[in-house]
Design a protein around this ligand. Structure first.
Ligand SMILES: [Zn+2]
Length: 120
């Protein structure tokens, strides 16, 4: 059964504002590298939530949940919004945790694993 873009988005916690651009499989290093992008040119300001134009983009990379024995790396060009009230701010996408290079799904899985380990 083929894995669809929607399936990959569900596994990685990617919301509808983002599109899968490419999925590269590296069998030597057992890695899935998933690139995402967005067609939107306005995003909510991280400070006040108002829709603002994009100032520029900066590259980001996060470790996602493993798919089988393969590591998952999520890549995106993240917009920095230009807000008249808050200034230029980097967006934290829905799959990420601020200041973390892991997705929230990785954190959730690790917390669940720790709970199970502690209960044994
Ligand atoms: Zn703002």
């Amino acid at each position: 059964m083929p894995v669809t873009d929607e399936g990959i988005k569900a596994i990685c916690g990617i919301d509808s504002a983002w599109n899968i651009v490419s999925v590269d499989v590296d069998h030597v290093n057992e890695t899935f590298r998933i690139s995402v992008d967005s067609d939107r040119r306005r995003f909510p300001c991280p400070g006040c939530g108002n829709e603002c134009p994009v100032h520029d983009f900066c590259e980001g990379e996060w470790r996602g949940l493993d798919i089988g024995a393969y590591k998952t790396i999520l890549q995106a060009k993240l917009p920095r919004t230009d807000c008249p009230e808050c200034g230029v701010n980097r967006l934290v996408p829905d799959w990420a945790i601020e200041y973390s290079r892991r997705t929230w799904k990785v954190r959730k899985y690790k917390n669940k694993r720790n709970e199970i380990t502690q209960s044994l």
